[in-house]
Design a protein around this ligand. Sequence first.
Ligand code: NAI
Ligand code: MG
Length: 366
Amino acid sequence: ANPSILILAGDGIGPEVMAEVKKIIGWYDAKRGITFDVSEDLVGGCAYDKHGTPLHDDTMAKAQDVDCVLLGAVGGPKYDSLDFSVKPERGLLRLRKEMDLYSNLRPAQCFDALADFSSLKKEVVAGLDIVIVRELTSGVYFGEPRGIFTEGNERVGINTQRYTESEIARVARSAFELARRRNNKVCSMEKANVMESGILWRQVVQEIHDKEYPDVELSHMYADAGAMQLCRWPKQFDVIVTDNLFGDLLSDAAAMLTGSLGMLPSASLGAPMANGRPKALYEPVHGSAPDIAGQGKANPIACILSFAMALRYSFDLGEEATRLEQAVEKVLADGVRTADLMGPEGGVPVSTSAMGDAIIAALDAS
Ligand code: NAI
Ligand code: MG
């Protein structure tokens, strides 16, 4: 059977950027003889409009059944007043939870042509290529007890940072596996100086390393120092592994080293399936961008680079992933820009679909 993909384009610019990925999937079929079985379904606000739920059970079942899911974005002002239980984001959260996608890969890659775009000096970011692996299904966002309680005559807000050994071990393995496919280097970040969960995190990562991945170079850093180092000299890192909360902050900071939200892909990986590849969902980091939806202005590169990650991690097509990334790089080097990639000096931006076409032309030339 052909490898299978479930496309959940979602709301706002989701379908607009996904349309360009579909063109690229068509290109692989027509020009490279690599055929994917693609099915499509609804998630988020559009699913709520049709089914009264942001993720139908049938869609959930399909997601469990395919080699990977490609997601666009969910949400929008139309849904802001909905009850929390049916908000568009709940559809995405259900996918992550039921697929048990505990390892969130957020690359921060700086294409040379965009190095001027970074908030940092060009020499600090040019050629940057790192990945932050964030634990996604546990930690302080999920730990119990949680809630707002009354204590004496005032309220107290409580969250609990809680990690089990096995939760740390599996995300550590995911980071070490990734490192072996890259430059064999992992830096683990926590706050073992002030947090019990941090002490355990450091111990378990070190143990998994010593037992299973002694060939990978491992270092440890306090997460606050890590934040500083990410801004000072990010190229010292290759793979960073960290918990849910620190990963949320560090990956947003690292993302901005490289420029626009419209450039940033992500992968969320779970346990290996029968074929040995991890359960996986790929999506751009950005949201549904209601301010520009429907205008053909969205940058499709984040979604296209998310598909490149799918080629690499779900289909073992690393060379094809590199081909696609190089096509993106070529187009940027040629000066093709959507509006979000234009500086104050301006210029004429291209549309979402023209950006997709330019990338396909670069693929044709590759
Ligand atoms: P956003 O990422 O949608 O937009 C932030 C800003 O970046 C906007 O000015 C937008 O125009 C711009 N932008 C984002 N992606 C772009 C692209 N590909 N090309 C060009 N410009 C782009 O975040 P915001 O505005 O906070 O949220 C909007 C909606 O999206 C909300 O309903 C939010 O809940 C949802 N959201 C969904 C996410 C997801 O589906 N994973 C993630 C983040 C937000
Ligand atoms: Mg965030």
